[in-house]
Write a protein that binds this ligand. Structure first.
Ligand code: SAH
Length: 343
């Protein structure tokens, strides 16, 4: 019989499971708190009797990550390669800001979205991460570096792993567990329209980031295969719906790629598309990926693009590059590691 992964259950489901074992409900609360603290085994749950811990081990399991490698950047950024219990690896990044420590987690092993500039998708999706595996990336780091913010912007498309993602967000933000404010949690998507509409109805106060990267279908089709299924108009309409339902501003991510999406015409069209919306544009200098032939825009072109947006009244910032001296963009570390292990 397959064991029940307690770390991937919501508080309610965990309590029900515990009750079904004939245990009092408060045992569920105790286990839930231990999972939020990142225990690696039932043996660390010191307020459960040894007997009970042994009994739990027979039928239940919990997700853990172990550190395969960790690179340190001179700016304080740490990039972890974590090993999952089945031998797969995921990347997680800790970034230090004035407002606190932010962790960027992966939501899948690999990715199926096929974005042309991205290293995470080169070998496709291997599997979804469980809710417990998403939380474990954070609780592992939180043991030494207190984590105040989380972005789901590492490897994977979080809305292609919808149920696990929502369970993870509820667990991370539950006052009975980790207790992170939902306003400190960002989820980034390449634009799965039906899932954005569903997320709008979940009554969450998280920040949604949308990887837009182009204001027109011709350019976006070239960069992101998902645009052929959900074109720009449909995506922006879903974003409007999300804003109306949640009252939350959307953050549009825009990678600057030389000669592809960074002309003044692109900037003006983007400004028209986002005019009068509750929107923020985050310009991202593209990280060069060895296997991809796009080049990053020059700082001058980025400045020009940014000033056109602000002249048109659009909120715009340019992402600071952290961890430049360690394997930069998502997917690169895992790809390199897998390549090396095959050699
Ligand atoms: N699948 C989700 C989340 C993971 S990607 C999404 O698409 O949003 C996280 C962010 O990194 C996205 O905005 C993505 O477009 C960006 N990204 C991917 N490859 C990049 C590269 N080479 N340089 C800079 N940003 C990149």
């Amino acid at each position: 019989m397959e064991k029940i992964d307690l770390s991937s259950l919501t508080y309610e489901a965990l309590t029900d499971t515990v009750k079904a074992f004939g245990l009092p409900a408060f045992r569920g609360g105790q286990i839930y708190r231990w999972l939020a603290r990142g225990v690696q085994s039932f043996d660390e749950m010191s307020d459960l009797s040894k007997d009970l811990r042994e009994k739990l081990k027979e039928t239940c399991t919990l997700a853990t990550v172990t550190q395969a490698t960790c690179s340190h950047s001179s700016d304080g950024t740490k990039k972890f390669l974590f090993r999952l219990s089945d031998g797969n690896h995921v990347e997680t990044v800790l970034m230090r800001y004035e407002h606190g420590n932010s962790v960027c987690i992966s939501s899948q092993v690999g990715c199926n979205m096929g974005c042309r500039f991205c290293a995470s998708t080169l070998t496709g999706k291997v599997r979804n991460l469980t809710a417990g595996e998403m939380l474990a990336q954070i609780t592992y780091i939180n043991r030494t570096d207190p984590v105040s913010h989380v972005v789901v912007m590492g490897v994977g498309e979080p809305l292609d792993n919808y149920e696990n993602l929502v369970t993870f967000v509820r667990n991370l933000s539950s006052a009975k567990g980790f207790g992170m404010s939902q306003r400190h949690i960002s989820v980034s998507t390449c634009g799965l329209v039906p899932k954005i509409l569903r997320l709008a109805e979940e009554n969450l106060q998280i920040t949604l980031s949308v990887s837009l990267h182009a204001p027109d279908n011709e350019t976006r089709d070239l960069l992101m295969p998902i645009n052929r299924t959900y074109p720009v108009e449909a995506l922006l309409a879903a974003c409007d719906r999300y804003i109306a339902a949640t009252g939350r501003r959307i953050s549009y991510e825009y990678i600057m790629i030389h000669g592809v999406n960074d002309t003044p015409e692109h900037a003006r069209l983007l400004a028209r598309r986002l005019a009068r919306k509750l929107a923020h544009v985050n310009l991202i200098p593209m990280n060069h990926v060895e296997e991809r032939d796009f080049q990053p825009s020059s700082p001058d072109r980025i400045r020009r693009f940014s000033s056109i947006l602000s002249e048109q009244g659009i909120n715009v910032t340019c992402r600071r590059k952290l961890g430049k001296d360690i394997d930069a963009s998502c997917g690169q570390l895992r790809a390199k590691f897998e390549k090396q292990s095959k050699n």
